[in-house]
Design a protein around this ligand. Structure first.
Ligand code: ADP
Length: 680
């Protein structure tokens, strides 16, 4: 086996590869950019070498620098992870030329599968079923439109060099063909440097089912069953599971054999994934092959009891596959949720910032091994960040992959829902609440799966913002009062001072105060103010909020964890304070309540101009208003671009633009005021 490998990646996958290497006694070399000097992957590897500035094309995409580091540190092989250089055939060739092993397939297999069009031609010859369409070289618009007409609408255009859900256009009718083609080609050339497109039948209500394959250099090739990745947003995976619900064994075998045929057709070696699109009736077609380890590989590991990174290392070293096809059983059910720093309510806009608090469910990270009775661990977390780390604008804003295993799908679902409720993050927006609604929603629970599941269930997945319940405010109040008491106790520690006692006891009857909280601002939600009346009495408090009243008692407190009795109900929750914001986690939900401290803001005038600040670091791409201009509420004022997405800053009310503080092309920091605005 190798003595030392270099991991040419970052984040969770670099940590994941390092965990297996450590278990096998293989030394690891990390590479990192300036932005990642303090990153987890640097800490978990045996050595780490700086390779350049934050921008990936000056660091993680610099194959020559990485090869030089491998040679200088004595690494024998390079594991590329996923993304970055993992599907770059030239890099694989360069490794070989430098005498290093590229832990992945031969460059020729990557080239064969790199173009969706070329891959389809190959698959056609290997008798792998294809979606009806056109994937030839002829790119004349008239010709392509005639192909679209022949295929029948709706038709899907794809960039042949595309990936990550980019460069795709759905066309509903022939008249729209040329415009969609032009726009698809524009995106293809700017994203992939190649404007070749293919056209295929657009399936309605399809499922995305992919097969994990593995081949060794002795000519063995097996499939490790399927993953269902149908739950997607904008063609990007959100939840993945294995096995696919309602998969008859004969179809599993047929898809597995088709995937093995696809791998053999390109002389494949190593881990690969053959993606199929399937109709509800079970008919399936080849979409593409990913010539690397996938993000969602853990669900396969959970149900097959394998370590796919270990297999990759063994195969790259020249060993045969550890298992034969007939040994490949399925044990239980596994689901993965991708936890992202993003704001689903704001169109999944990435959220940048520091993970000020991160509480995770009880879980093992990969290296810690399995659960009871030889079963896999019920909960596994693969993450490249720790509490205190930042999610930066330079890379994918993934926080963690949360993976659960259950004896069956029902148990896995229940575990996922509990684990999501225990995943508590303060400091940036996350998709956790959205994921929880998704896994608890009836469509996913009943395995009514297709790629349109999220769009179709928008009403329940994106509920209208509702007022925080009394229970959430009760936790905020208890945490606040406890903090006050602690501060008072600290002040009076060496004095016998009755006024240091903040219990609220008053000689003349019960003391009542009013606490003012507000929902934290998020675009599109109405900000609501809460005036919570708190009357102190022996042993507890009486709360009143907008005519709803209840007695409250603090039953137990352990750091941030609180148990209270509210009316007749016992409730458990946690409160994390971040400045004036009280993050209340209870009942699997997360409420952000901004405390309006009457002392802190005495004499300070609230600026009514709303927050015309940059929601994240980025570049100003358009300024749509000018100094002195009267605007209406909702008018777009400035457009920013960050993380390859545009974000429009709109007028919060009717008013006057007093000053524009940035110009097109300027880089702005997170939270920087973009313009001065006066509300009318
Ligand atoms: P990428 O390489 O960008 O990920 P894929 O070819 O893998 O592109 O397709 C991504 C997703 O787009 C699929 O998972 C599926 O949801 C959808 N998709 C692809 N082809 C079709 C099709 N012919 N009909 C309907 N949906 C499709």
């Amino acid at each position: 086996m190798f003595n030392k490998i270099l991991i040419a990646n970052r984040g969770e996958i670099a940590c994941r590869v390092a965990a297996t290497a450590r278990r096998l006694g293989i030394k690891t070399v990390a590479v990192y950019s300036e932005a990642d000097a303090g990153a987890k992957h640097v800490a978990v590897c045996d050595e780490a070498v700086l390779i350049g500035p934050a921008a990936a094309k000056e660091s993680y995409l610099c194959g020559d620098k990485i090869i030089a580091v491998a040679l200088a540190t004595g690494a024998e092989a390079i594991h590329p992870g996923y993304g970055f250089l993992s599907e770059n055939a030239d890099f694989a060739d360069a490794c070989k030329a430098a005498g290093l092993v590229f832990i992945g397939p031969p460059a020729s297999s990557m080239r064969a599968m790199g173009s969706k069009s070329a891959a389809k031609s190959l698959m056609e010859h290997a008798d792998v079923p294809l979606v009806p369409g056109y994937h030839g070289d002829e790119q004349d618009p008239e010709f392509l439109q005639a192909q679209g007409d022949r295929i029948g609408y709706p038709v899907l255009l794809k960039a042949s060099a595309g990936g990550g859900g980019k460069g795709m256009r759905v066309i509903e009718k022939s008249e729209d063909f040329k415009a969609a083609l032009a726009s698809c080609k524009r995106e293809a050339i700017s994203s992939f440097g190649d404007d070749k497109v293919l056209a295929e039948k657009y399936l309605t209500r399809p499922r995305h089912i992919e097969i994990q394959v593995f081949a060794d250099s002795q000519g063995n090739c097996v499939y490790l069953h399927e993953r269902d990745c149908s739950v997607q947003r904008r063609h990007q995976k959100v939840l993945e599971e294995a096995p696919a619900p309602n998969m008859p064994p004969e179809r599993r075998a047929a898809m597995g054999q088709a995937a093995v045929a696809a791998a053999k057709a390109v002389g494949y070696v190593g881990a690969g994934t053959v993606e199929f699109i399937a109709n509800q009736d079970g008919s399936f077609y080849f979409m593409e092959m990913n010539t690397r380890l996938q993000v969602e590989h853990p669900v396969t590991e959970m149900i097959t009891g394998t370590d796919l990174v270990e297999w990759q290392l063994r195969v790259a070293f020249g060993e045969p596959l550890p298992m034969a096809q007939h040994d490949m059983a399925i044990h239980g059910h596994s689901i993965e949720a991708r936890i992202y720093a993003e704001n689903p309510e704001k169109g999944f806009l990435p959220s940048i910032g520091t993970l000020r608090h991160m509480d995770t469910p009880d879980a093992v990270s990969f290296e810690l091994g399995a659960g009871a009775n030889g079963d896999p661990a019920p909960v596994r977390i693969d993450s490249g960040v720790r509490e205190g780390d930042a999610i930066s604008p330079f890379y994918d804003p993934m926080i963690a992959k949360l993976i659960v295993w259950g004896a069956d799908r029902t148990q896995a679902l229940a575990r996922m829902s509990t684990a999501l409720a225990e995943f508590r993050i303060v400091g940036l927006a996350t998709n956790i609440a959205f994921l929880k609604r998704l896994v608890e929603g009836s469509a996913f629970a009943q395995a009514d799966l297709d790629t349109g599941l999220i769009e179709r269930n928008g009403d329940t997945l994106f509920p209208a913002p509702a007022a925080a319940p009394l229970g959430a405010l009760a936790f905020g109040a208890v945490a606040l009062i406890a903090a006050e008491k602690q501060a008072a106790v600290a002040v009076s520690a060496n004095r016998d001072d009755p006024f240091g006692n903040a219990l609220g006891w008053r000689l003349n009857g019960n003391y009542r105060r009013q606490l003012s909280f507000a929902d934290d601002y998020t675009a599109g939600t109405e900000q609501k103010d809460y005036k919570l009346g708190v009357t102190y009495h022996t042993g507890g408090w009486h709360l009143d909020l907008d005519g709803v009243e209840a007695d409250m008692e603090l039953l137990a407190r352990d750091g941030a964890e609180l148990s209270i009795k509210l009316g007749a109900a016992s409730m458990h929750g946690a409160v994390r304070r971040d400045g004036e914001n009280f993050h209340v986690f209870t009942g699997g939900r997360h409420f952000v309540l901004a405390y309006n401290d009457p002392m802190a803001h005495a004499g300070e005038l609230e600026t009514a101009g709303g927050r015309l600040t940059a929601p994240m670091p980025g570049k100003v791409v358009a300024v749509l208003a000018s100094k002195g201009q009267q605007v209406k509420k909702g008018d777009p004022l400035v457009i920013m671009e960050a993380m390859k997405m545009e974000h429009t800053i709109a007028a919060p009310a009717d008013g006057l633009v007093e000053e524009i503080l940035y110009q097109v092309g300027d880089q702005v920091a997170d939270g920087a005021p973009l313009l001065a605005f006066a509300v009318e």
